[in-house]
Design a protein around this ligand. Structure first.
Ligand code: SAM
Length: 895
């Protein structure tokens, strides 16, 4: 601390320090500023760090700006205390230097950050082609922030190394950075350099650059735009912080809104005077786009499946048969790619930048399902589908425009990532075709079809239920064209009739599932598809169902049926190659020829060559043939991934189980179907009362084979099941019939708080050690208890897991098990079920339905059927997840 006897300050200066009123007034102002600063910037920092994605360069600069402001906010209380004590600093010279630096750093870093934001906006709007890559600009932003701090701190270095306190004996106070000492810097030139840097480098130059950037940005925007886009962009340029807040609130709203039925579509239909009920479809929109030759086929097929699912569910689930169900699906296509709704902001960015400056197509596929209830409880479904295409051209979009739009939150629930009817309209240069089609529903085309339908149906068919012409029924008919058969946009297609027979609560699917499957695959094979509807289709429904009698089968259909007929050969070739160790051999020694493979697997050269060639044709092996040399073989990627015994997702054991157990059972399928019982006696010479005790576990070898098979499937599916839901509230779980513990280990990996007890038959638990070495990291959190889950007490747990258990048992046995679980459960306790969930109409998936043919005492069920079983024991279904892996998942809670 400075201790000069006299400060040599003049009286005017001394009186400044004495002015108590001024110092109190300034302190009050500082206090208010501090509170606003800390609350406002703290909130802003939280939003920027945790709620604003992606972190664009602008956001990174905003974070930097907020950081510097927060630094000031934390320094101000010391300044207030200093002033209230009559400018007497009693925290020592180091603290004085530190707080002074903090104060100046805030000021200069803020100025430099404002300049950086200006440059960023300039680059985005005036020079959009420089640094197009956001990632590149992001790292530049981070480097710039670090550089700013470095620059400011090095200019302020003299303040760090000097005692900035000054003792004034006349007033008995010590000031902090209120009186500067000349000897702070060694020479006049050092003072000149210091002041030059403070004024020019840290203030004047940044100020000029910032001004230049904003002037150029505003000029550019003024030049570029002649529409509302201009106003909006200028406003956005000026009101950047407001835009960030809008983004956040919008996102919140979207989370709350239902993702199912598009509100835009509802508006269009409502405005057209239709009265309807919205029934969200349970159809999983997971059709493989690669199967469709043209994008519109995909949209039509999705619309069709959605509508059919609802049409077939309503009569028996909602106990009412609608007149008509409408399904629609809108997609955007550009450069042969189908764009649906963006998954996140980065996805929206990818979509919108692929549309920038180009013309793209918007397709809406629409399916109308007409339901005719007949006297014998049968319902005829007639399907009419069509699509509409509209061409839209986007303007060239600058990076900033793109991000401003994305950050508005609008793109997230819209096909192609934009909504033409709102803010997205500013991206559009022109629209060729039906505007409402881009909004989500081709009303004009739809009304034409409606007109045709109502003109062609006998009047008795026109009853009211799910969707009906509303008060403006007459208006609706006014949009019907005179004769659609002359319309070139309408082409003939086959429109099958689906029949569903209802018997009490049960639904028996007659032709429907087959026809549905056919119609699905038809789209993958047949480029004509059912894209447009002709007048013929509606008026001559009889013809639509009798397709195939006189016509030549289509190439795709023939291929499909032959693939089904020959399917067993492919399976057996795969089984044999696995069993004979072909994939393991080629994994270790790729590039062997047929004779070398034959020698290793101890088989004939002729037989081996045929097997290898067949495997090549099935995509399991690859071959390369150099001229005059014998072909050599390698595992394909598929085989390397799944077929070697040591492959990462090895299904080797499951293949052996399929060959040794399932194959013999399926050889007796006819008998199984006739008798409705399993064929273990015929296949293996012994009767099986309990599949596990009597068949799978009757010898050590078959037990190990079964356990290995379960283990390999669980390793492939386990992660998807374990992570299907948030299980972070469960501390203890019990995997009933958990076999080797593969799923238990996945659960502990996904949930660090959880420990799992595997409960299985004694025969299984005694072999547990053979499988534990693969899970050393989670070993301590998985334990095993042996017992029979139908007879013995179940271990206590917060969460019970039933993976691939219930399908093996009939409802009565499931009831026994669920009752025992329910008795062990308190309110909030969960059950995680993992099975193949059949479609509600039992039309698929084939894997589940084919598994049912082994005629175990159990049955395959839909998610709804499982829910009902759980309901009987006081459980509600919290969530269902179709994992797109081999097994689906459901989480039930005890109420
Ligand atoms: C189809 S496996 C499913 C295995 C495992 N949950 C999975 O998903 O990989 C059926 C399991 O239930 C077990 N299990 C069958 N009956 C049982 C019983 N009465 N008590 C306990 N476990 C039983 C079997 O031993 C077998 O491990």
């Amino acid at each position: 601390m400075n201790s000069s006897a006299s400060s040599k300050l003049d009286n005017a200066t001394l009186s400044l320090f004495k002015n108590v009123h001024t110092s109190i007034a300034i302190s009050v102002v500082y206090l208010v500023v501090t509170v606003i600063n800390l609350v406002g910037n703290g909130l802003s920092m939280w939003l920027l760090l945790f709620w604003t994605f992606p972190k664009t360069p602008s956001i990174i600069f905003m974070i930097n700006l907020t950081l510097t402001d927060l630094a000031l906010g934390t320094a101000l209380p010391f300044q207030i205390a200093y002033q209230l004590q009559g400018y007497n600093w009693n925290l020592g010279p180091h603290m004085c230097s530190f707080l002074t630096i903090m104060f100046f750093t805030n000021m200069y870093c803020s100025i430099l950050t404002m300049m950086a934001i200006g440059i960023d906006r300039y680059l985005g709007i005036v020079r959009p082609l420089l640094f197009r890559e956001t990632r590149q600009r992001k790292s530049m932003a981070i480097i710039s922030c670090l550089f700013m701090w470095g620059l400011v701190l090095s200019v302020l270095y003299p303040l760090m190394t000097t005692d900035l306190t000054f003792h004034i004996p006349e007033l008995e106070i010590t000031t902090c950075f209120d009186v500067l000492k000349k000897n702070m810097l060694p020479s006049q030139s050092a003072w000149a350099a210091f002041l030059f840097c403070m004024f020019f480098v840290l203030f004047f130059f940044p100020f000029c650059i910032t001004t230049f950037c904003y002037v150029r940005v505003i000029q550019q925007l003024g030049r570029d735009s002649k529409t509302a886009q201009k106003d909006r962009a200028i406003r956005l340029a000026l009101l950047r912080s407001v835009a960030v807040r809008v983004d956040l609130s919008k996102r919140h709203i979207q989370h709350r809104s239902s993702p199912c039925a598009s509100p835009r579509r509802q508006d269009i239909l409502r405005n057209a005077g239709l009265r309807f009920e919205v029934v969200p479809s349970w159809f999983k929109e997971t059709l493989d786009k690669a199967h469709f030759k043209a994008p519109h086929e995909y949209a039509v097929e999705t619309a069709k499946q959605k509508a059919l699912e609802v049409a077939r569910r309503m009569p028996f689930k909602h106990l009412k048969t609608p007149d008509m169900v409408i399904g629609a699906d809108t997609i955007v296509t550009v450069d042969g790619l189908i764009l649906e709704k963006p998954a996140d902001k980065d996805d929206a960015y990818r979509m919108l930048s692929s549309l920038s400056g180009k013309e793209h197509s918007v397709f809406t596929g629409v399916a109308i399902v007409l339901c005719h209830e007949k006297e014998d409880d049968e319902i005829d479904y007639q399907l009419i589908d069509f699509y509409e295409e509209t061409k839209v051209k986007f303007a060239d979009l600058s990076e900033d425009m793109l991000w401003e739009y994305i950050n508005s939150g609008e793109p997230m629930d819209k096909a192609g990532g934009y909504g033409i009817q709102s803010l997205g309209g500013m991206l559009v240069e022109y629209v060729h075709g039906d505007f409402l089609n881009v909004v989500g529903f081709p009303l004009n085309h739809f009304c034409k079809q409606l007109g045709l339908i109502y003109n062609s149906l006998p009047s008795s068919d026109q009853k009211s239920t799910s969707i009906e012409p509303g008060p403006k029924e007459q208006d609706t008919s006014t949009v019907i064209p005179q004769d659609l058969s002359n319309d070139p946009s309408v082409s003939p297609s086959s429109s099958p009739v689906y029949k569903v027979k209802r018997k009490g609560d049960q639904m028996d699917v007659g032709e429907s599932s087959q026809q549905l499957t056919n119609s699905l695959s038809k789209h993958s094979e047949d480029s004509q598809g059912s894209e447009h509807l002709s007048l013929q289709n509606i008026t001559s429904r009889g013809r639509a169902v009798s397709v195939g009698e006189n016509t030549v089968p289509k190439k795709g259909d023939l291929q499909r049926i032959i693939t089904l007929i020959d399917g067993f050969r492919a399976s057996k070739a795969l089984f044999t190659a696995s069993k004979m160790g072909v994939f393991d051999l080629l994994q270790q020694s790729p590039g062997l020829d047929a004779a070398q493979v034959a020698a290793e697997i101890k088989a004939s050269v002729k037989g081996t060559r045929s097997l290898l060639e067949a495997c090549v044709s099935l995509g399991l092996l690859t071959t390369s043939e150099k001229s005059h040399q014998k072909p050599v073989y390698k595992n394909s990627t598929l085989a390397a991934q799944f077929l070697g015994s040591d492959s990462p997702f090895s299904l080797h054991s499951y293949i052996l189980h399929s060959d040794n157990v399932v194959w013999p059972l399926f050889s007796h399928l006819e008998n199984a179907v006739r008798e409705g019982t399993n064929q273990h006696e015929q296949a293996f010479g012994k009767k099986a009362q309990d599949l596990f005790q009597d068949t799978f576990y009757d010898s050590q070898a078959s037990k190990l084979r079964f356990m290995n098979a379960m283990h390999s499937i669980a390793k492939v599916t386990g992660k998807a099941v374990a992570t299907a839901f948030d299980l972070s509230t469960y501390k203890t779980a019990c995997d009933l019939g958990g076999c080797t513990g593969a799923l238990a280990h996945e659960l502990t990996k996904a949930n660090p708080q959880m420990s799992v007890t595997v409960f299985d038959l004694p025969a299984v638990v005694e072999l547990k050690e053979r499988f534990q070495h693969q899970h050393m990291d989670t070993k301590n959190r998985v334990c095993f208890i042996s017992g029979d889950f139908f007879k013995d007490d179940l271990p206590k747990a917060d969460l019970y897991v039933l993976a691939q258990i219930l399908h093996d048992w009939p409802d009565e046995k499931v009831d026994i098990l669920l009752k025992k679980i329910a008795e062990r459960c308190t309110s909030g306790c969960g059950v995680l079920l993992s099975e193949i969930f059949l479609n509600e109409d039992r039309s698929g998936p084939s894997r589940g339905l084919l598994q049912a043919l082994s005629m175990s005492p159990g049955k395959q069920r839909s998610a709804q059927e499982y829910s009902s079983l759980f309901e009987r024991h006081g459980f509600i279904t919290k969530d269902i997840k179709y994992t797109e892996n081999l097994l689906d998942a459901m989480l039930c809670l005890k109420v």
